[in-house]
Structure formats: C-alpha cells, structure tokens
Ligand binder design. Structure first.
Ligand SMILES: [Zn+2]
Length: 219
C-alpha cells in the first residue's frame, strides 16, 4: 500500500517532471479541455482509463461507476453524457468493461446485496435478456466473460437511447459509440465491434428522441 503522505511526494515529483519537460504544460492544461473521448468505465482500481488508453490529461472525459453501467434513471451518468456530448462535443463515446469484474460477479450471486441490489439488477437484467446464450456456456469463467461483453453492448445501447447522443449525431455526425473490454490477464483492450449505426436505427424505431424520421444512420 502507498502511505498517504507518499501521495503528495509523488505528486510533487510528477508536477516537477512535467514542468521540466514542458514549462508551459500546466498553463495550457489550466486553460481549457477539448477531449475527443467520453470514457464510461468501471470504478475498479485496476482499470485506469487514461493509462490503458495511453492518453494524456485533457484527452479523455471520464465517468466511472461500479460495473460501468449506464442506467436510464441515473442522473450522474446522464449528466456526464450530456456534458461530454453537448458541451465538449466529444467525437467518441467508449463504454469499457473488464473481465474479472467484481460487480458483474456479485450480480450473478444469488444473494441479497442490500443497497447494491437495484444497481446490480441492471446486470441481472442483461443476463435475463441473454439467458439462453449464457446458460449454454458450461464453463463458469467463460460465462462471466461473455456476460461482461454482453453488458457492455447493452450499456452502449443505453447510451444511444439518450437524446443528447441522438441529437448530436443527427446534427454533426458524431459521437459514435464503441464497446470495449479490457482484459486484466493480458493488459489488452478488445473492441467488441458494436455496430453503432445498426443499433441507432433499431433504437430509433422505439426511442426516437429527435423530430427527424429514422433511420438517421442512412444520412
Ligand atoms: Zn469492474
């Protein structure tokens, strides 16, 4: 464990190194942010967004919660999406899950998890939606891995359901929504190949929040 006092020593050294490499670094950083990415990921301490993506401060707007869930009634996630899409005009929205996710595993235990129940129910709902596919996987680890992937896809769909994303895509042609999974066992990020246009078209049959006729993806 890193002792508490060590954090300030580390920070001082980091700031000093940055200044040495680029004297204007903090002046520039303090001015504004123009990130191209909104990253929605898990709070898990082993999955730091900017580190695994190899990007710098200012490159990615980050929202993290337990098990990277985009719940329809969650004002916190909704605010992050709204701000990133409408104000920052990000070009890409990334939902990034990870294998060995404690939140996903907790959701699959038949147990009363108290205050966590309504949150983890979002993952149990994903399981219910894809029960046949998941139950056909006999090995438990492989089943969890697949649930992690399917949950990311469902959270991507929840992002596409938002008015901010639909309006922005119709007006500007972005953001596009991507589903990724980080593998803690290899350090590699996998793109799940979520077909953004197909999802948008399907979603707009029911969740069209723009005045435009669907499918906007054909524009
Ligand atoms: Zn997790």
């Amino acid at each position: 464990m890193v002792p508490y006092d060590q954090i300030f020593e580390n920070n001082r050294r980091w700031a000093e190194t940055r200044r040495q490499h680029d004297p204007q670094y903090f002046a520039r950083l303090a001015k504004d942010q123009r990130p191209d990415y909104l990253y929605i990921g898990c709070s898990d301490s082993r999955v730091p967004a900017d580190v695994i993506m190899g990007v710098e401060p200012g490159d990615v707007f980050v929202h993290r919660n337990v098990a990277n869930i985009v719940a329809n009634t969650d004002l916190n996630t909704a605010t992050a999406i709204e701000y990133a899409v409408v104000v920052l005009e990000v070009k890409h929205v990334i939902v990034c899950g990870h294998y060995n996710c404690g939140g996903v595993q907790a959701a699959m235990r038949p147990r009363d998890m108290g205050i966590l129940n309504p949150w983890l129910r979002n993952i149990r709902d994903v399981y219910r939606l894809h029960k046949d596919e998941l139950n056909a996987i006999s090995e438990e680890g492989a089943r969890y891995d697949r649930l992690v992937e399917l949950s990311v896809v469902e959270q991507c769909i929840n992002v596409v359901k938002t008015a901010a994303v639909q309006h922005s895509y119709l007006k500007r042609g972005y953001p596009r929504v991507h589903g990724l999974v980080f593998d803690l066992r290899t350090g590699i990020i996998k793109d799940l190949g979520v077909n953004f246009e197909d999802h948008l078209r399907a979603i707009q049959e029911i969740y069209n929040l723009t005045d435009a006729p669907w499918p906007v993806g054909d524009r």
